[in-house]
Design a protein around this ligand. Structure first.
Ligand SMILES: Nc1ncnc2c1ncn2[C@@H]1O[C@H](COP(=O)(O)OP(=O)(O)OP(=O)(O)O)[C@@H](O)[C@H]1O
Ligand SMILES: [Mg+2]
Length: 233
């Protein structure tokens, strides 16, 4: 083990006093009200709460896709609030895998390319990236869909491509927004099993928003968002 790894703290993601307010005309929606959350390496945390409670907002802030109104985000102990946009992009690319609630696949590229492109952007060569993409897709039952465009895939298949894309760069943190929303219960279990092995074998911290209470019970911690606050079960 090298010094850098030995010196890493247990906490891979830390949200400190985060507040997120959306303004709509004269109305203000206080979606996250001074919340705090620490996630350890290898930990799986489920984020639950009613539709509109702020799950996606919290994940977008944790993944540096949106800025909070106030508060601080630490990824691998690095303070993120003062980063430039470029710094945020690099930090995201190096450390975070994000599974969007609405997939956001690149429509002109095949399933393989959608998964391989983040690897290419991180400097992996073409052959390695394509092979790894095919392996990830195969693991989620898409071995015979690797050359399909997103428009030629079902909603659940697109969701699985988006999961593979998030896993491609072996992220320290996986943020997953309703990752099993479009999946039948058997496929949802397979996806969740994959999250568990990522956490246990690769020490990835997994934070997922879900309405699936049966799956959330398999995580290490369940946190509910109620009225802008985090309540731990
Ligand atoms: N850009 C925005 N402008 C104004 N209000 C917004 C914006 N984005 C989200 N909101 C509001 O913030 C609240 C939280 O939204 P968010 O998407 O985080 O909820 P959620 O818990 O992920 O819900 P769901 O379970 O339906 O996905 C909602 O009431 C939503 O209408
Ligand atoms: Mg949401």
């Amino acid at each position: 083990m090298n010094n850098r790894i030995q010196n890493q703290s247990d906490i891979v993601l830390s949200l400190e006093n985060i507040t997120r307010i959306y303004s709509q005309g004269n109305n203000q929606i206080n979606v996250l009200n001074n919340i705090n959350l620490d996630m350890k390496r290898g930990e799986i945390i489920s984020l639950v709460g009613n539709s509109g409670s702020g799950k996606s907002s919290l994940l977008h802030i944790a993944g540096l896709l949106e800025k909070p109104n106030s508060g601080e985000i630490y990824i691998n102990d690095v303070k993120c609030s003062k980063m430039t946009d470029f710094g945020r992009t690099i930090s995201r690319r190096m450390s975070v895998g994000f599974i969007y609630q609405f997939h956001h696949l690149l429509s002109d590229f095949s399933a393989t390319d959608n998964v391989a492109i983040p690897m290419r952007l991180s400097g992996y060569d073409k052959t390695y990236s394509k092979n790894k993409a095919a392996e990830l897709l195969n693991n989620l039952g898409l071995g015979d869909r690797i050359n399909h465009l997103p428009s030629q895939l079902s909603g659940g298949e697109q969701q699985r491509v988006s999961i593979c894309r998030a896993l491609a760069n072996n992220p320290d943190i996986l943020l997953a927004d309703e990752p099993t929303g479009n999946l039948d219960s058997k496929t949802a279990e397979i996806v969740f099993d994959q999250f568990i092995s990522l956490a246990r074998e690769k020490n990835t911290g997994v934070l997922l928003a879900t309405h699936n209470l049966k799956l959330s019970e398999r995580s290490d911690r369940v946190i509910k968002i109620i009225d802008g606050k985090l309540i731990e079960n």
